[in-house]
Design a protein around this ligand. Structure first.
Ligand code: NAD
Length: 339
């Protein structure tokens, strides 16, 4: 039997523990090779030790280099800094991978298969902000500074091209706003064009201005294959493509660095439905499909995809998709397909 791969499991807050239970049960049924190290983060960790990101959790991820994370609740307006952002910075998770594939055929956006690669560390998302006072108004002017480094632009675009090569994809679209933000996103486009030359004959490259891309994603999403873009644009466009294929309950994600990778659903902790057993576990489960590919178990990733597709084709739907199935019903139906 193949060796087990140590992996950190952070069930998270809200619906996190219930969807994590369902996902781990499916992975066990699939024979996935992960040996889980259970760790806490977020409100669950605050309740346990007072620390939203305990050192033990960080050390576990450093050791395993691989984590599956449930959603974490971020207190609004105060409290602690977003753990998700802290983890991204701590492990230099420079690439955010957000695939969107039509899982429920027959809708308006059938046969969508787009992968969005978002730069995860720089851009306007760095949120370096300040106020300028005028007269008696301390907040008369709001300022925000964005930055992109040449090295990071090249690294993220190269990641997108490598992803295209490894997954048999044909085209990478570099999305920018270089007509207006000539420095910030001009550099991104410049590096995009440079890196694309290394892949000539293997992967095609084109570029789009972000506003035009947003419109085309709604009018004709089928023209897109792999999209690579800066942090803030990627944040917005990745939710747009999630919307094309059924919304948050179906949107998986991965944060990838050189030494660690953290896989998670795009959605949050959904406090409105937590503890009711009705959350859709598919987004987190689809994140584990990415995780299986990441560790080279394409065979298991494909088996899992097939089982999910069959269960959806048979009509099983959670509440967010207009059905009545609970979290556990989805896991059980997929497990049955895997037997
Ligand atoms: P949310 O994604 O938690 O919920 C938005 C809506 O989508 C809710 O109506 C919810 O019920 C529904 N929903 C989300 N996931 C679902 C699922 N799997 N199945 C069925 N329905 C689902 O967004 P929010 O309400 O803005 O945020 C709640 C908390 O989550 C906040 O504290 C926020 O900071 C945090 N958050 C965490 C992450 C993360 O850890 N990656 C991401 C986004 C938000």
């Amino acid at each position: 039997m193949a060796d087990k791969i140590p992996a950190t499991l952070i069930p998270g807050d809200g619906i996190g523990p219930e969807i994590a239970d369902a996902v781990v049960a499916v992975l066990d049924g699939l024979g996935a090779p992960f040996a889980w190290e259970n760790q806490l983060a977020g409100m669950a960790a605050v309740a346990d030790s007072g620390d939203p990101l305990p050192l033990q959790t960080i050390e576990s991820i450093r050791r395993t280099g691989l984590a599956l994370k449930g959603p974490l609740t971020t207190p609004v307006g105060g409290g602690f800094k977003s753990i998700n952002v802290t983890l991204r910075q701590e492990f230099e998770l420079f690439a955010n991978l957000r695939p969107a594939r039509t899982l429920i055929p027959g809708g308006r956006f059938d046969r969508i298969d787009i992968v969005l690669v978002r730069e995860n560390l720089e851009g306007f998302y760095a949120a370096m902000e300040n106020w300028l006072p005028i007269n008696h108004d301390p907040k008369a002017v709001a300022m925000s500074t964005g930055f992109n480094t040449r090295a990071e632009c090249a690294r993220i675009v190269r990641y997108a091209f490598e992803h295209a090569v490894k997954n048999g994809r044909k085209r990478v679209t570099v999305v920018h706003k270089a007509n207006i933000l000539k420095a910030l996103t001009g550099l991104f486009l410049e590096e995009g064009r440079k890196v694309a030359k290394e892949y000539e004959g293997r992967v095609e490259m084109n570029d789009r201005i972000v506003d035009a891309c947003a419109m085309q994603l709604v009018l004709d999403p089928w023209q897109y294959d792999v999209i690579v873009t800066t942090n803030l644009f990627g944040d917005i466009l990745s939710d747009l493509i999630a919307g094309l294929v059924g919304g948050l309950g179906m949107a998986p994600g991965a944060n990838i660095g050189e030494n660690a990778a953290i896989f998670e659903a795009v959605h949050g902790s959904a406090p409105d439905i937590a503890g009711k057993g009705v959350a859709n576990p598919l987004a987190m489960l689809l994140s584990t499909e990415l995780m299986l590919r990441h560790v080279g178990r394409i065979d298991l990733a494909e088996r899992l995809t097939k089982a999910i597709d069959t269960v959806l084709a048979n009509g099983l739907r959670t509440r967010d998709l207009g059905g009545t199935a609970g979290t556990r019903d989805v896991a059980d139906a997929i497990l049955q397909q895997l037997r």
